[in-house]
Ligand binder design. Structure first.
Ligand SMILES: [Ca+2]
Ligand SMILES: [Ca+2]
Ligand SMILES: [Ca+2]
Length: 530
């Protein structure tokens, strides 16, 4: 799509424009100083002829031209030199303000063979010319040809199209999706997915029994510009799935920790975890610390329990804690990028957890993405916000693969568009992701720094120390489930306690048919956000 260059104040000298930007061949925008357009000069010259001044009569006597006549002649000479085809005034549609700015501004169409630099030089040598510019061509920002792309409001609001002018991703960047798995044969995921590994009990390889992971993967890296479906933040990337949430969308701590550790071992530079629970866990936290120490950026969902009733999905009894990312794990761990969800009008999603842990916000309502076996779905959740940010982290790494997790986090959160209360706040963190500004920061090498001032301590509630005992779980919302207690409630079948008085290790078989060793904390509850 071509558009007119409307920069009245940006007179570009040909000398500065060594490399001319694309323009319509032979076409120029010329603005004359008031009274100096050819039509004005001509009118003035003819009135001069009819009622010649004394000075003009003297000039005529000596065969000299008036300056006005001479300027008109120079302009006429250029018109014939470059074979003028047509001239028309730049339309201002009768707006008085625009009229003043575009007074005597014309579109000149010359022979398409003319040398742009020559024409500009010749015009700039004439005093009455205020400026001349090539009729530059502007194009729509890079949008992919995927047919469902138009419904991806999230990509537009984070300025992905502008960012894609700089990079559309790279297959050398690996991103791990610790979730329900990835349907590797989905036509919009296949080319960007290396594998999906079953990590939890009953989790199969290379497919997705829960759909959630494939949806997350599509936002990170559905193949872009392939005339199919949707486009991810990365049009090209290498994703690895780690299926840890099976058996109805939940998974044990052991599986999730193994998934994170495997993702690090496999060389993923970014890990997305659109999952969580209300149990603080040293094992889980250590897996995340190890990931960050290994140079892996970990992006997680803030949780969906704000303003939600107590339920299996949102188990904490205290409503403030229930809707807080500070009491949601891994969201509360300081090593992760905690992502809240926004709507298409940049409001906070009604369910999006708030809290001191929130670092950034991203689109999370009515997000369309890939869905097994080979279709697409729109769903909502901080689960959908997190992969926008994880995808953004991947895209930044395609520009500079040596960025540290802290640099990635700063580039993302410190360039975000501030929303809500001025500056960092508990609803949006530092603001809504702006991918264009983030990629510009990385490309320029000037990555700003900013911290999340309210980052909670890693253990905001008392934890169950040492080993399980028969004492009751601490109150205040911490979901600690020593096996015997849960067995008494019928939630677990406990087997092989090593010590009757100190249940440091046991095997538990969850009612859902998933077994785990020493499940100190209950990740078996619905722990998935969608
Ligand atoms: Ca596609
Ligand atoms: Ca955080
Ligand atoms: Ca704010």
């Amino acid at each position: 799509m071509a558009a007119l260059a409307l920069g009245a104040c940006t007179s570009t000298s040909y000398a500065q424009t060594q490399e001319l930007a694309p323009a319509v061949p032979g076409e120029f925008i010329i603005k004359y100083k008031d009274g100096h357009s050819p039509a004005q000069l001509e009118a003035a010259a003819s009135s001069e002829l009819q009622t010649p001044s004394l000075l003009q009569r003297i000039r005529t006597m000596f065969g000299a031209e008036s300056p006005m006549q001479s300027e008109l002649n120079s302009l006429k000479a250029l018109e014939s030199k470059y074979d003028l085809q047509s001239v028309s005034a730049l339309e201002t549609y009768d707006q008085p303000g625009a009229e003043a700015l575009f007074n005597e501004t014309y579109i000149y169409k010359y022979n398409t063979d003319v040398n742009t630099t020559d024409v500009m030089r010749d015009y700039e040598n004439i005093d009455g010319v205020e400026y001349i510019e090539p009729n530059y061509i502007y194009t729509a920002f890079k949008a992919p040809n995927d047919p469902n792309y138009n419904s991806l409001w999230g990509m537009k609001i984070i300025k992905a199209e502008e960012a894609w002018e700089i990079s559309t991703g790279a297959q050398t960047v690996k991103v791990g999706v610790v979730d329900t798995g990835i349907e590797v044969n989905h036509p919009d995921l296949k080319a960007n997915t290396l594998k999906s590994e079953g990590m939890g009990p009953g989790c199969p390889n290379n497919t997705d029994t829960g759909n959630h992971g494939s949806h997350v993967a599509g936002t990170i890296g559905a193949v872009g510009n392939n005339t199919t479906g949707v486009a991810g933040v990365n049009w090209a990337v290498s994703m690895n799935g780690y299926a840890v949430l099976c058996a109805g969308g939940s998974g044990s701590l052991a599986s999730i920790a193994a998934g994170v550790n495997k993702a690090v071992a496999d060389g993923n530079k970014v890990i997305n975890m659109s999952l969580g629970g209300s149990s603080d866990s040293t094992t889980f936290h250590n897996a995340i610390i190890n990931a960050k120490n290994s140079g892996v950026t970990v992006v997680v969902a803030a949780g969906n329990c704000w303003n939600q009733p107590q339920s299996q999905k949102c188990p904490l009894s205290n409503p403030t804690q229930r809707g807080s990312s500070d009491y949601t794990y891994p969201a509360a761990y300081p090593e992760v990028i905690t992502t809240a969800a926004t709507t298409s009008s940049d409001q906070s999603a009604s369910f999006s957890n708030r809290g001191r842990a929130n670092d950034i916000a991203a689109p999370g309502v009515q997000i369309e993405s890939t869905w097994p076996p080979s279709t697409y779905q729109s769903i909502s959740g901080t689960s959908m916000a997190s992969p926008h940010v994880a995808g953004a982290a991947g895209l930044l790494l395609s520009v500079n693969p040596n960025l540290t997790p802290d640099q990635v986090q700063n580039a993302l959160q410190c360039t975000a568009d501030d929303l809500g209360a001025a500056g960092w706040d508990e609803v949006f963190g530092h603001g809504r992701l702006n991918l264009k500004k983030a990629i510009d920061a990385v490309q320029s090498g000037n990555i700003p720094t900013c911290s999340t001032p309210g980052q909670p301590p890693s253990t905001p509630l008392p934890t169950n120390p040492g080993g399980a005992t028969n004492t009751p779980a601490p109150t205040g919302g911490q979901q600690v489930h020593p096996c015997p207690e849960e067995a008494a409630k019928g939630n677990y079948n406990c087997t092989t306690p090593t010590d009757d008085n100190d249940y440091k290790a046991w095997e538990a078989e969850f009612k859902q048919g998933v077994s785990s060793l020493s499940p100190w904390f209950e990740y078996i509850r619905k722990a998935i956000y969608n």
